[in-house]
Structure formats: structure tokens, C-alpha cells
Design a protein around this ligand. Structure first.
Ligand code: ATP
Ligand code: MG
Ligand code: MG
Length: 287
């Protein structure tokens, strides 16, 4: 039988994004904690609703330890609200994490940045594996606010395409909330979003973890677009290794062809080493 909102108790509001509210909820039958995201589709067109359904179906299939787990959905047809029930990430999102580090006047440890990098590449690899899902699943909104941490500070990629589906229908002004700091040069010049644009965003994210600010900042969109297309950014602190810096630089290559795909990035020697030492640790834990 289908679940209903009555199977849950709302514990509180976590926050609101540009198109819905996220609430912390408890499933009554087993007292397990989840979040649900309330998506108002009342102003969506028929074709957008269909797109939403297919995106949700895709999300249900996307199962990976570094991707926020989709649990179930509830549709309130009277109110035109879709409730997406998902894994609760108690460590919050990376935007809050960065803000906290900044406030403390501290920096992010290099080891943690490698962990984020490694786990995000695993999540992106899953998404970009066309054969598995019939098509490549593009994230399209990779930014600190959409990357979550669990209680052990494991990284979980969240908040997929759905935003885009609904934003599509809403006013132009709404889609332009905030400046698109992670937008790639090719998007700026009107090219369609592709896998390499996700890779650019990953570069922006790693840069921001090192510098506590995005690689490209400006007071308005035109200035920002110019900076992004120039592709010039300040060097990150010398406290971080050259290996990390060169990995970030390769991702922030304005030339789409030169920018690594996920398959190429996975061959990065530092990442391979990280993977190897990780496997070693796992084996030692099992012994
Ligand atoms: P945008 O709408 O542009 O994506 P956003 O990412 O800040 O903006 P939401 O995605 O709606 O907004 O998220 C709202 C709040 O809920 C954020 O503070 C986010 O960290 C939190 N949140 C979302 N999903 C989860 C989750 N699975 N676990 C814990 N907190 C979450
Ligand atoms: Mg979000
Ligand atoms: Mg969001």
C-alpha cells in the first residue's frame, strides 16, 4: 500500500530553497529520521509535470553510497505538492561547513578535501555512466549547498535536476536568483550543459574548499561571465600540495576538450593512491 504524509511526524523545517521547503520528519512505524522536500508543482505545465515524473523515476534508480538516498515519494494531488522522502544527512551541507570554517578563521584540512574529491568523483562516475541509466545523469547544480555530509563526514551528492525541471516553468527572475558562480564558460557562451560542465563545477567546489571562496567572483553577472570565460583565478594557498592544485587547475580549464572527463580524472595518480590507501584501511578493519 502507498504511504501517506500521515505515516510521518514533521519534526521541523530545515530550510527552504528556491522552489520548496525541506523538513525533518520521523517515520512513525520505526521512528527513523528522514527529510522530505516539498515541491509545489501547481504552476507546472503538463510537459513539465511529465519531466518531473521521469526525473523522479531516475532518482529512484540512482543508488550509490555517495549519493543522497531516495526513499519514497508522496503526491498530494489536491494541493499539487510532491513530497520527496530522502535520507537525512545530519552533517548538513558543504556551504554551511565552509561558512563555519571561515567564521572560525580556520582552513579546511587537505586530507578532508581529498576525501570530498574522491567521494564526489565516485558519485559523478555513477551519474555519468550512460550505459547504466540509458543516459548520462547530469547534476547541473553542483555547488556546496547541494553536497551533504553524514554523521561520519562522508560526502553525499544531492539535489538533482528536479530544481531545473520546476524552475523551467517559473519566472525568469526566479531562475536568476543569485549569481551562478559555478557556471562553466561553455554554458556562459550558450552551449548546452554537458558532462564537462559538471567537471568544471567540481573544480570550482574544490577550489572553494581550499580558498573559502569561489574561483570567480563578481558584483554582477556580466562581470562574472567575463571572468569565467577568461579562466584566470588566484593561486590557492601554498599550504596545499601541488598535486591538489594541479588537479583543480585541470578541472578549471576553459577548453572543454582539455578538461578531464570523469574517466580521465579517475586515473589521476593522487586519487588512485587515495583509493588504494582507502582499500587498505578497509581490509585492516575487517581483519
Ligand atoms: P537551491 O534551491 O538553490 O538548491 P538550497 O540547496 O539551499 O538551494 P534546498 O535544496 O531546498 O535549498 O535545501 C534547503 C535546506 O535543506 C538546506 O539547508 C539544505 O542543507 C537542507 N537539506 C536538503 N536536503 C537535505 C538532506 N538530505 N539532509 C539534510 N539536510 C538537507
Ligand atoms: Mg539544494
Ligand atoms: Mg536545491
Amino acid at each position: 500500500t502507498a504511504i501517506s504524509v500521515n505515516d510521518f511526524e514533521v519534526l521541523g523545517v530545515i530550510g527552504s530553497g528556491s522552489y520548496g521547503t525541506v523538513k525533518k520528519v520521523m517515520r512513525l512505524k520505526d521512528k527513523k529520521i528522514f527529510v522530505w522536500k516539498e515541491l509545489d508543482y501547481s504552476s507546472a505545465s503538463e510537459s513539465d509535470k511529465q519531466m518531473l515524473v521521469s526525473e523522479v523515476n531516475l532518482l529512484r534508480e540512482l543508488k550509490h553510497e555517495n549519493i543522497v538516498k531516495y526513499v519514497d515519494r508522496i503526491i498530494d494531488r489536491k494541493k499539487s505538492i510532491l513530497f520527496l522522502i530522502m535520507e537525512y544527512c545530519e552533517g548538513g551541507d558543504l556551504a554551511s561547513y565552509i561558512a563555519k570554517v571561515k567564521k572560525e578563521g580556520s582552513t579546511v584540512e587537505e586530507q578532508f578535501i581529498w576525501k570530498v574529491c574522491y567521494q564526489l568523483t565516485q558519485a559523478i562516475k555513477e551519474c555519468h555512466s550512460r550505459s547504466k541509466y540509458g543516459r548520462s545523469v547530469l547534476h547541473r547544480d553542483l555547488k556546496p549547498a547541494n553536497i551533504f555530509l553524514d554523521s561520519q563526514l562522508n560526502v553525499k551528492l544531492g539535489d538533482f535536476g528536479l530544481a531545473r525541471v520546476l524552475k523551467h516553468e517559473t519566472s525568469f527572475a526566479k531562475t536568476c536568483v543569485g549569481t551562478p558562480l559555478y557556471m562553466s564558460p561553455e554554458q556562459m557562451s550558450g552551449m548546452e550543459y554537458n558532462e564537462k560542465s559538471d567537471m568544471w563545477a567540481l573544480g570550482c567546489l574544490l577550489y572553494e574548499l581550499c580558498s573559502l571562496r569561489p574561483p570567480f567572483v563578481a558584483n554582477n553577472q556580466i562581470e562574472l561571465a567575463a571572468k569565467i570565460c577568461m579562466g584566470k583565478f588566484d593561486r590557492i594557498s601554498k599550504n596545499y600540495s601541488i598535486k591538489l592544485y594541479s588537479l583543480i587547475c585541470s578541472l578549471l580549464d576553459v577548453d572543454v576538450e582539455k578538461r578531464p572527463s570523469i574517466e580521465v580524472l579517475l586515473q589521476n595518480s593522487a586519487l588512485l593512491n587515495y583509493h588504494a590507501s582507502n582499500e587498505n584501511n578497509k581490509m585492516q578493519q575487517h581483519q
